[in-house]
Design a binder for this molecule. Structure first.
Ligand code: ZN
Length: 250
């Protein structure tokens, strides 16, 4: 199961504490959250947390193995010293930010920049190289890492972000105020493609054969569905004729 992109650890910890692991089996991330719940909500100290955390795991994972997971419990107890993180507040999007994205040429270029920018807003303006999966997730896209890197370089050349050699990139057009256009919630971030289309419109193209306008289904699409089928049949027919001519030449 995916970890949510926007989350409230305190609320999530309470739910897991009350209902058990989300997938009904031990998971380190969720164990740390429960440990935080014991520490900050119940007010337990390290020794007590270790005991009740183990009990929690035994109760909530029928295949729980004490010996195998002893180190994980210790590690979860120490990680639980970090306070609860809350990244669930709606993200405000301002007009100047939309204008910056609009200034970029190309539909795909705009869309990926929008995703990077929204993800960075959750993270104080930074996007990390291990977050490429999130870009694919929120855009429901299969874009490759190579493609994303090429786009990052392109955005850097336009001074939209500062690309460091590795690890992370800083988005340079993030504003902290201005005219509010809309907000992205912890639900709508899971379909950022739709949010993008609502603001910037759909990706349209003109079919080379019938000259009508359609919504693009894949990059470099030249024909609509109907014309594409006719085109394929025609290619197939020509190929048959060529084969026949070849045969009769012998
Ligand atoms: Zn067509």
């Amino acid at each position: 199961m995916y970890r949510p992109i926007m989350y409230n650890e305190e609320e999530d910890a309470k739910k897991i504490y009350e209902n058990g692991f989300r997938n009904k089996e031990y998971n380190f991330y969720e164990t740390v959250l429960v440990a935080k719940h014991f520490r900050y909500v119940m007010g337990y100290g390290d020794a007590k947390i270790k005991t009740v955390l183990k009990e929690f795991c035994i109760t909530n994972d029928k295949f729980w193995n004490d010996v195998l997971n002893l180190r994980n419990i210790k590690s979860a107890v120490s990680k639980s010293r970090k306070p609860f993180v809350n990244k669930s507040n709606p993200i405000p999007i301002y007009k100047d930010e939309i204008d910056a994205i609009t200034s970029v040429e190309g539909y795909k270029q705009k869309k990926v920049l929008f995703a990077i920018f929204v993800l960075a807003k959750i993270n104080n303006g930074y996007i990390y190289n291990n977050e490429w999966n999130k870009i694919r997730r929120v855009l429901h896209s299969k874009i490759t890492n190579k493609n994303i890197f090429e786009l990052i370089e392109y955005y850097a050349s336009r001074n939209l972000l500062y690309a460091t050699k590795n690890l992370y990139h800083k988005i340079l057009f993030i504003n902290l105020q201005g005219t509010l256009v809309f907000t992205v919630s912890s639900e709508s971030i899971n379909n950022l493609k739709k949010v993008f289309e609502d603001v910037f419109g759909k990706d349209l193209f003109v079919c080379v054969d019938c000259k009508k306008t359609y919504e693009r289904r894949s990059y470099n699409q030249k024909r609509c569905k109907e014309c594409s089928q006719i085109h394929k049949k025609e290619l197939w027919r020509l190929q048959k004729i060529r084969q026949r001519n070849k045969m009769s030449a012998y």
